[in-house]
Ligand binder design. Structure first.
Ligand SMILES: [Zn+2]
Length: 457
């Protein structure tokens, strides 16, 4: 009977993983590298945990299943509650992820008919007893560790989860297991991705892979087991925060932004940050459907131009329609248009080439990926249009420059490192596996499809 284990080292960069392998610090991961190589894949935009787990657990882009980011404004008023009509998966509303997901894409748990998971965020189809981190005890411990800003405490959480998950996997041998370790991400946010404790957190992941591999070998089912070790986003140090909500308040606008979502009467703009290096901005809030840029530009173009002068803003995306998005580059990098016709992608430089890609005429998805891989924005054409497919997406979408992010206040621990943006430091992730594939691994969705093929579902 086939088995799949997807192990997520949340937030690890490809170069960090490669350095740990080279230094001999992660022998089980090194064995996977020696067997099938170290792959570099692209994650999704926004490159942030939660949305970036959709590829692993549903094989889709988060925009296609209704998760455009960690926070969004609900134009429809049908999906969230009065009075603020917003969603934030940070904190108690995390449990609402499953109810927000589109029904037409089954999860790995539903497809495989069983599973085990920890730190999974998406759990549709997974019985409660098989969700290791959904217990009240875990929530209390995680909440306490988080709000104390205790990085070593997160490594203790990973160690405890690792042994509990190992015990359950060996006892139950489920078809599908999703084991995410958050130590690398937590340590990176508070101390920077190059801090030594990040590599210690990676060694906990290595220990889990080593223990599972050894036990499955001993018990004689290693040949039925496909293991994938992946990350869901990169990380890079930030030196400054440009708090967008405060920026708009200072300019005299009535702003809806977490945590200040109550008592804002007649808000003019909703600022919904993810990661924290990306943000959805919503204007014309009374409109129940997306207004799109041509209708908004008369009132808001001055705001758009102001944003492009800020050092924090790398790319400004302006949806013109369901299949067309204008891309403006920060500073004086000019604008271009990306458009999808059927399965083909077009990118036309207008007053500039903000993605550094040159004109693209009718390229399919695979070609878009290949052509953009060495640029600053790997897979950007496909990612931008997939996010634009979501009805919950903002009217302006911001992607931050490397040294910046968009939230200056209300974080339990200061963000010394961030993610969420479209640039390669956030979009490229490593992948190791013990199974080959006839088609190359490009995007994190490919892990899901290869995993489901292994399971025969
Ligand atoms: Zn993070």
């Amino acid at each position: 009977m086939p088995h799949v284990i997807i192990v997520v080292a949340d937030g690890v960069r490809p170069d960090t993983l490669a350095a740990a392998v080279e230094a001999g610090e992660v022998p089980a991961l090194q064995a996977l590298r020696d067997a099938q190589g170290l792959h570099t894949l692209t994650t999704v935009f926004p490159s942030v945990t939660g949305p970036a787990y959709v590829p692993f657990l549903m094989g889709e882009h988060p925009g296609h299943v209704g998760l455009p980011g960690l926070r969004w404004f609900d134009r429809s008023r049908a999906d969230t509650g009065w009075p603020h009509f917003t969603r934030s998966y940070i904190g108690s509303e995390m449990r609402k992820v499953d109810r927000d997901l589109a029904l037409n894409y089954p999860t790995a748990f539903e497809r495989s008919g069983g599973g085990l998971a920890m730190m999974n965020m998406i759990g549709r189809g997974l019985p409660r007893k098989n969700r290791l981190t959904d217990t009240v005890g875990f929530a209390l411990r995680a909440g306490y560790t988080h709000f104390r800003g205790d990085v070593a405490g997160w490594l203790d959480v990973d160690r405890a989860l690792s042994s509990e998950m190992l015990r359950r996997v060996l006892a139950e041998r489920p078809p599908f297991t999703f084991a995410s370790f958050c130590g690398v991400d937590k340590a990176s946010h508070s101390l920077g991705h190059r801090a030594p404790i990040v590599r210690q957190a990676l060694q906990i992941v290595d220990g889990f892979v080593a223990d599972v591999t050894a036990a499955a070998t001993r018990q004689g089912w290693i040949h039925e087991l496909a293991i994938f070790v992946v990350s869901d986003h990169g990380h890079i140090d930030v030196h400054a925060h440009d708090d967008l909500a405060d920026l708009f308040r200072e300019r005299g606008l009535r702003v809806l932004a977490h945590p200040k979502i109550y008592g804002v009467s007649d808000p003019e703009i909703a600022v919904m940050v993810s990661g924290n290096a990306m943000a959805h901005l919503f204007m014309d809030l009374p409109s129940r459907t997306r207004p799109f840029w041509p209708r908004l530009s008369a009132r808001w173009n001055e705001t758009a131009e102001m944003l492009l002068t800020r050092p924090s803003v790398d790319l400004l995306l302006l949806p013109h329609s369901d299949s067309t998005v204008e891309i403006r580059g920060g500073g004086d990098r000019g604008s271009a248009m990306v458009r999808r016709e059927g399965n083909r992608f077009h990118y036309h430089c207008d007053t500039g080439d903000p993605l550094g890609l040159g004109d693209v005429h009718g390229a399919p998805e695979a070609e878009c990926w290949e052509r953009s891989l060495q640029t600053d924005y790997p897979d950007a054409l496909v990612q931008i249009l997939a996010l634009n497919d979501c009805r919950r997406t903002g009217d302006m979408i911001l992607s931050a420059t490397r040294a910046w992010d968009f939230r200056g206040r209300f974080e339990p621990i200061p963000h010394a490192s961030s993610h969420g943006a479209l640039h390669r430091d956030h979009m490229l992730v490593p992948m190791l596996t013990n199974v080959g594939s006839v088609t190359p691994y490009r995007r994190t969705q490919d892990v899901f499809h290869r995993a489901m093929a292994h399971l025969g579902v």
